[in-house]
Each structure stands twice: as structure tokens, then as C-alpha cells.
Design a protein around this ligand. Structure first.
Ligand code: PRP
Ligand code: ORO
Length: 209
């Protein structure tokens, strides 16, 4: 959805750092970062994003019973969309708490519940897949995962396929680049660099190029 890509650019959730790479959760060194946490600070744009997530979930996962956010960036989006849909929600921690109830999965879910996982963004998909697998292992029926943005990295596609997980995103790297080009948000030379990097993020030659 180009309107969502436009929001990410307008609120400057997307930033470029051609000289000093961002280090991602997966360890990948990247010239681009998409900070979806910033969406929360813009009520109008936030509502457009959460409405779109609601519509995506309602359209693709008609039997959904629970929304589960991924810690931490997926949690607020899961909460807002669950509220809009009148659904119960919870969240999954990256690791078990070492005190209190020692939970990894938080919230009250009925046995075998049909769950949709809400993530803010897919890079390699590793974080949200880990959440989906934890929910499956606990006996829940994971219908799929949704996110606001995906880089559409081949690695993510491979990981989702390997784990037999259905996934959808509101917008993606290709749309972002298209809108950035149309609005002259990013210079042509930067776009070429980004496209080259995305082909093979493990090739770090762009850093000094
Ligand atoms: O698809 P992946 O390769 O797993 O990368 C994407 C994940 O990385 C970011 O989380 P981060 O670990 O930075 O933490 P946060 O959610 O707590 O901010 C992002 O919010 C996703 O959860
Ligand atoms: O992979 C990540 O860690 C990551 C990438 C990105 O663009 N934004 C983000 O919040 N995390």
C-alpha cells in the first residue's frame, strides 16, 4: 500500500545512513532503518496504519480469535488493532521472565486458540517466527503473521516457507523505494545503492563504496 509507504517517509520513520551502517537485530549491517515505533507518536497516521492492519487481518484471517504482539515493537500495534477489532490480545516475550510468573507468553488464551501474530517489521523474519513457534509449541493455532513493513529479503521468504508460516505486510521495500523516488525523498544514486545492498545484505562492500 503506497499510502503506508508514504506515511513512513513523511514521519521520517525511514532513515538512511550511507556511511555508518545500522546494525539490525539479526546482525545485518544496513544503510537503511525503518523505525515503526515513531508511528505511535502521530495519531492521524497511526490510525491509518492500524485501520489498514485491522482490514488486512479481517480479510486474510477470518477465523482469528486472538492477536499476539511481538516484544517489543509489535505490542502497541497488536493492542490498538485488537481494540479496534474487539479481540483479546497478549504478547510474547523474547525470553522467559526470570522472576514473577516466569512467562514467555503473556495473556489469557483459551486452549488451541486461533492466533494472528502482530509484528512491526520483517527483516529476516527471525523474531516473529520465534514468536510463532513458541505459540505453536504451547498448543495454539497460529494462522499467520502480519507486519507493517517488510524488506522482502529472500532470507525472510525462505525462513517463513521453512516453518510453513503465512505472512502479510502492509507495505514493502519496493513500494517504499517507488514512493521515495516519486517524492524525491531519496536521491537516484542512493536508490541504486539500496537496491544493490538489498540483493545481498551479506555483501558489505557498500560500506566503503
Ligand atoms: O525480522 P527480524 O530479522 O527478526 O528483524 C525484525 C525485528 O527487529 C526489530 O526488533 P528489535 O529486536 O530491534 O527490538 P524491539 O522490537 O524490542 O524494538 C523489529 O521490531 C522486529 O521485531
Ligand atoms: O532488523 C532490524 O533489527 C530492524 C530493521 C529496521 O529497519 N527497523 C527495525 O526496527 N529493526
Amino acid at each position: 500500500m503506497k499510502n503506508i509507504a508514504n506515511i513512513l517517509l513523511n514521519i521520517k520513520a525511514v532513515t538512511l545512513s550511507p556511511d555508518e551502517p545500522y546494525i539490525w537485530a539479526s546482525g545485518i549491517k544496513s544503510p537503511i532503518y525503518c523505525d515503526n515505533r515513531l508511528i505511535l507518536s502521530y495519531p492521524e497516521q497511526r490510525d491509518e496504519v492500524e485501520e489498514a492492519l485491522k482490514n488486512l487481518i479481517a480479510d486474510k484471517f477470518k477465523d482469528v480469535e486472538y492477536l499476539m504482539g511481538t516484544a517489543t515493537a509489535g505490542i502497541p500495534h497488536a493492542a490498538i488493532v485488537a481494540d479496534k477489532m474487539g479481540l483479546p490480545m497478549g504478547f510474547v516475550r523474547t525470553s522467559k521472565k526470570d522472576h514473577g510468573k516466569q512467562n514467555k507468553i503473556e495473556g489469557k488464551l483459551k486452549k488451541g486458540a486461533k492466533v494472528v501474530v502482530v509484528e512491526d517489521l520483517f527483516s529476516t523474519g527471525g523474531s516473529s517466527i520465534e514468536v510463532a513457534l513458541a505459540l505453536r509449541e504451547a498448543g495454539f493455532d497460529v494462522l499467520g503473521i502480519v507486519s507493517i513493513f517488510t524488506y522482502n529479503l529472500p532470507k525472510a521468504e525462505e525462513n517463513f516457507k521453512l516453518n510453513d508460516i503465512v505472512y502479510y505486510s502492509l507495505t514493502n521495500f519496493e513500494e517504499l523505494i517507488e514512493v521515495a523516488h516519486e517524492t524525491e525523498y531519496i536521491e537516484e544514486s542512493q536508490i541504486d545503492k539500496l537496491l544493490k545492498w538489498r540483493k545481498d545484505p551479506s555483501d558489505e562492500s557498500w560500506i566503503n563504496g
